[in-house]
Design a protein. Sequence first.
Length: 64
Amino acid sequence: MSLQVSIREGESQDSLLRRFQRMVQTSGILREFKETRHFVSKGEAARIKAQKSARRRRKQTPHD
């Protein structure tokens, strides 16, 4: 996946850089890279998945 940002007429470099950074954030490239930069064993992946699931369930259940 590659992102391409071309400079608009009259656009400053700062504005171009902010637009590029926003595109990187919304595309999820950094999140995907951070998830895959280290080897994760099957057991550890299952543990992480269970933790995320538990966190999601806690957020969804109403607190009385």
